[in-house]
Ligand binder design. Structure first.
Ligand code: SIN
Length: 517
C-alpha cells in the first residue's frame, strides 16, 4: 500500500519507520528532517517506570489536568502503552538520563525521573538534562535514514486529494512547483500551530498545516478552543522555553515586590496545572504594568543547574542572564494545541484513509489542558497504534466512539469563504489579534471583533503563492476556526478562560466539533 506521512517530529518519524516494514512509505516534511516541535522539547516524556508509581495514577493525573474533557479510553491507551513506547525508543538508541544509585533503589528504576506540574509522582524521563526532544528526534532520524522510506524535504503539503470521499493522495509544493502524490493512506503528523500567536515557544514551522488541510477536505475537528499557554517562556524575543522541570526541581515564581504569589492561588503552588499558573502570571503582570514576573532558581545552586539544565543555562547566558545567580524574567507563551483533527484511539479521522497522530490530532487524551510531558508520549503511542491498523478495512460507517460517550455540545460549520477584493492576510497582524483577543483570557466582544477581522482578509492568489503564502492561508483558516469555537464555548474550562463566563458549566463537559460549511 502507498502511505504518505506528513511531518517529521516524533509522531511522523515513528509512523514512517513502522509503516515502512509493510508498506511503501513517503515522508514529506516542509523543512529538513526532524525540524519540529519535538526537536525543541526540553522537559521530557512522562511514563510510569518507578515501582512506587502506577498507570492508574498517571491516568488520574491526566484526567485531572484535562478539566473534565478527557476521553478515558484514549487516556488509558496513552498511559498503559507508555512504558512499551519508552522501551521501543531505548531500542532505537535513545539514551535516557540515569538516576544515582540511591534514587534508583528508592524508586525501583534505573532512570532519573523529573517532576512537572500536576503530576502526583516524579515520572518524567529526560535526555541530556533538558535536550530530550533532540535526543529522541536524532535517534529516530538515524533509524529512518536506514529504512526504505522515501524522504521529501523542503516540500509543503498544500491539500489532500479525495476520490469518492476517500483519501487518494496529497498535493505538494516545492522548488519543483506543484505536483500530486498518490496514496491510499495519509498520516498527518505535522504538529501544532504556535505561529497563530504573537508569542510562542514553538519553532517557525508550526503553522498548523495539517489541521488546515484536513479542515478544507471536510474532516471533523474538535476541541480547537483549547490552546495551552506555557507559563514560563523567557521574556525575550523568540520566547525561549524555560522548562516546567525547573519549577519541578524547586524554582519559584516571584512578582516585582519579591513575593511568591502561586501559594495563594493553588495548593500545588508553582506546580499547579499549567493553565492556572499561566493565568496567575498574567494577572501579576497586569498588576505590575505588564512587567514580566521572575523565576528564581538560585536556590538550586549554579552547579546543579548547569548539569541538570545545560541548554536552558546556555540560552540564558546568551541573553546576559545567569540562571544560577539571578532570577530570570518569564512570561506565558502559546505552547501546545489540545484541539485538532478528531480521531479515534487508532488515529483514524472522519475521512477514510486519513489518520492524524501527535499534536495535529485530537483523540481526547489531553482534554481541555494537557498534562506536562504527555505530548511526546501521545505522539509515540498513537503513531504506533495507527500503524497497527493501516490496512484494516475502514469502518463502513465511521463513528467516533468518543462522541457517543461525549455527544458534542455544538457542531459548528464554519465558512472559509472570502471576498476576492479583500486585502491579503497579514501574518503579524493575525498573530497580534490572536494574542490580544483569543489568548489566555477571552470574551465575547473581543472574539467577535477578531472573527470580523479575519473575515476581512483573503489568502494570496494560488498562482502567486510562495511557501509562506500557503502557510498564511492555513493560519487564516485556523484563526477563523479557533475563534468560532472559543465564541461557542460559553464557560471557562482548562486552557479556555472566558472573562464573561468565568465558571465551569458541568453540562458543557463535552467537545465542540468544527467542520467547514
Ligand atoms: C516543559 O519542558 O516545560 C514542556 C514540557 C511539555 O510541554 O510537556
Amino acid at each position: 500500500m502507498k502511505v504518505v506521512v506528513v511531518g517529521s517530529g516524533v509522531a511522523g518519524l515513528l509512523a514512517a519507520v513502522k509503516a515502512s516494514r509493510q508498506h511503501q512509505v513517503t515522508l514529506i516534511t516542509k523543512d529538513v528532517l526532524g525540524e519540529s516541535n519535538t526537536h525543541y522539547a526540553q522537559g521530557g516524556i512522562a511514563a510510569v517506570t518507578a515501582t512506587d508509581d502506577s498507570i492508574a495514577e498517571h491516568v488520574a493525573d491526566t484526567i485531572y489536568a484535562g478539566a473534565g474533557l478527557c476521553w478515558e479510553p484514549a487516556v488509558q491507551a496513552l498511559c498503559e502503552q507508555g512504558p512499551h513506547s519508552l522501551n521501543e525508543l531505548i531500542r532505537f538508541g535513545v539514551d535516557f538520563d540515569r538516576a544515582e544509585a540511591a534514587a534508583a533503589a528508592e524508586h525501583g528504576t534505573e532512570y532519573a525521573l523529573g517532576l512537572e506540574a500536576a503530576h502526583s509522582h516524579a515520572r518524567i524521563l529526560h535526555v541530556g538534562g533538558d535536550a530530550t526532544g533532540a535526543g529522541i528526534s536524532n535517534a529516530l532520524v538515524t533509524t529512518l535514514r536506514r529504512s526504505n522510506v522515501t524522504v521529501l524535504e523542503h516540500t509543503l503539503v498544500t491539500d489532500l486529494i479525495l476520490e469518492n470521499h476517500k483519501v487518494a493522495g496529497v498535493s505538494v509544493f516545492s522548488s519543483d512547483g506543484l505536483q500530486d502524490i498518490p496514496a491510499e493512506v495519509v498520516i498527518l503528523a505535522s504538529g501544532g500551530a504556535g505561529q497563530l500567536y504573537r508569542h510562542t515557544t514553538n519553532p517557525a514551522v508550526t503553522t498548523g498545516d495539517g489541521v488546515a488541510i484536513a479542515l478544507r477536505a471536510g474532516a471533523v475537528l474538535a476541541d480547537l478552543e483549547f490552546y495551552q499557554f506555557h507559563p514560563t517562556a523567557l521574556a525575550v524575543p523568540g520566547s525561549f522555553l524555560i522548562s516546567e522541570a525547573v519549577r519541578g526541581e524547586g524554582a519559584v515564581l516571584i512578582n516585582n515586590r519579591g513575593e511568591r504569589f502561586m501559594q495563594r492561588v493553588h495548593p500545588m503552588a508553582e506546580l499547579a496545572p499549567r493553565d492556572v499558573v499561566a493565568r496567575a502570571i498574567q494577572q501579576e503582570m497586569l498588576a505590575q504594568g505588564g512587567e514580566p514576573v521572575m523565576l528564581d532558581a538560585t536556590g538550586l545552586g549554579a552547579e546543579f543547574l548547569k548539569q541538570r539544565f545545560p541548554g536552558i543555562s546556555a540560552a540564558c547566558r546568551t541573553y546576559g542572564l545567569n540562571l544560577g545567580k539571578q532570577p530570570i524574567p518569564v512570561t506565558p507563551a502559546a505552547h501546545y494545541w489540545m484541539g485538532g483533527v478528531a480521531t479515534d484511539v487508532y488515529g483514524r479521522s472522519s475521512i477514510p484513509g486519513l489518520f492524524a497522530v501527535g499534536e495535529v490530532a485530537c483523540n481526547g487524551s489531553h482534554g481541555a489542558n494537557r498534562l506536562a510531558s504527555n505530548s511526546l508520549l501521545e505522539s509515540l503511542v498513537f503513531a504506533d497504534r495507527a500503524t497497527d491498523v493501516l490496512d484494516q478495512p475502514w469502518p463502513n460507517e465511521f463513528e467516533f466512539a468518543r462522541f457517543h460517550d461525549q455527544p458534542p455540545m455544538r457542531e459548528l460549520e464554519i465558512d472559509l469563504g472570502y471576498d476576492s477584493n479583500s486585502p491579503v492576510v497579514d501574518r503579524v497582524e493575525l498573530q497580534t489579534i490572536m494574542w490580544d483577543n483569543v489568548g489566555l483570557a477571552r470574551e465575547d466582544l473581543d472574539l467577535r471583533q477578531a472573527r470580523n477581522n479575519f473575515k476581512a482578509w483573503r489568502p494570496q492568489k494560488r498562482s502567486l503563492r510562495l511557501f509562506t503564502d500557503f502557510e498564511d492561508a492555513n493560519l487564516l483558516d485556523l484563526a477563523k476556526a479557533v475563534t468560532s469555537a472559543a465564541l461557542a464555548r460559553t464557560e471557562s474550562r482548562g486552557a479556555h478562560y472566558r472573562l464573561d463566563f468565568p465558571e465551569t458549566n458541568p453540562n458543557y463537559a463535552r467537545p465542540i466539533t468544527v467542520r467547514k460549511a
